[in-house]
Design a protein around this ligand. Structure first.
Ligand SMILES: [Zn+2]
Length: 262
């Protein structure tokens, strides 16, 4: 019985987490060090297998990425609620040669930008939209959350069944948060939530670094106007770009956002 109580406490501690700024509840049951270790290993693999570009564009990618990462670091360290997170990041920004219109970020701040997306990010403000969005995925721990969702989806009902039997409240909470109506639907919803959250946080982070948040509207409009831009990370799970642009406009105009403007 003691063992069960302990595992319940441990499970609750690991599971109950909130995304920074938005306060969205997250299930993070995969240990942080596992995620960071995997991320570093996989990122090194990608670097080995890709053509890393070293030119004026890559200098710009690194410059904008590091400016936003620095602003995020200052922000995290200034708030006792987030200060402990700041050391989890070891930011790295690389430009990879690929026609694919894409960019991504692995946990811990390992960012890749493909040359194919640069045609939509001619100036630094527009590039900051991409970098802010990717940095936001890392800061909101979306990778670890996805891994936790997969763990629960694949093994959850088997390994956690004892916990569910012993504690009806925990079972209900975990069930609703992780599964909803069906695991597929919830996973889909989470992915859309992640994209929306990354848009919002990305906007805040680029503004914190002194970039013009209105560039996000220009960036998404130029992407939306070009059918070649699809499919890519940004569009894969998002409802559509019109909704996204509308949400960004509303958020830029909101009193909450003005708090983060420099
Ligand atoms: Zn994204």
């Amino acid at each position: 019985m003691k063992k069960l109580a302990l595992s319940l406490i441990l499970f609750s501690m690991l599971a109950c987490s909130k995304a920074p700024i938005t306060g969205r509840t997250q299930i993070l049951i995969v240990p942080k060090y596992e995620v960071l270790q995997q991320s570093s290993l996989q990122y090194e693999e990608v670097k080995k297998e890709s053509k890393i570009i070293n030119n004026q564009d890559s200098v710009k990618v690194k410059k904008v990425g590091n400016n936003i990462a620095k602003a995020v670091d200052t922000f995290l360290r200034s708030d006792p609620a987030y200060a402990g997170m700041a050391d989890d990041y070891n930011w790295e920004f690389n430009l990879i040669e690929s026609e694919e219109v894409n960019a991504w970020c692995m946990p811990g701040g390992k960012v890749a930008v493909y040359t194919g997306i640069l045609k939509y990010a001619k100036d630094e403000d527009r590039l900051a939209v991409i970098m802010g969005h990717e940095i936001a995925h890392a800061v909101a721990d979306h990778g670890r959350e996805r891994m936790s969702q997969e763990l629960i989806k694949n093994y959850g009902t088997a390994t956690l069944s004892t916990l569910f039997n012993q504690n009806p409240t925990l079972a209900t909470n975990v069930f609703f948060q992780a599964y909803g109506i069906s695991s597929e639907l919830v996973t889909l919803k989470y992915s859309r939530d992640h994209e929306k959250e990354a848009d919002k946080l990305g906007l805040i982070f680029m503004a914190m670094a002194g970039y013009n948040p209105n560039a996000s509207i220009e960036f998404w409009e130029s992407m939306a106007a070009d059918k070649e831009a699809e499919p890519l990370e940004f569009f894969s799970t998002h409802p559509n770009s019109a909704t996204r642009i509308q949400l960004l406009k509303e958020y830029i105009a909101s009193p909450e956002f003005s708090k983060y403007l420099r």
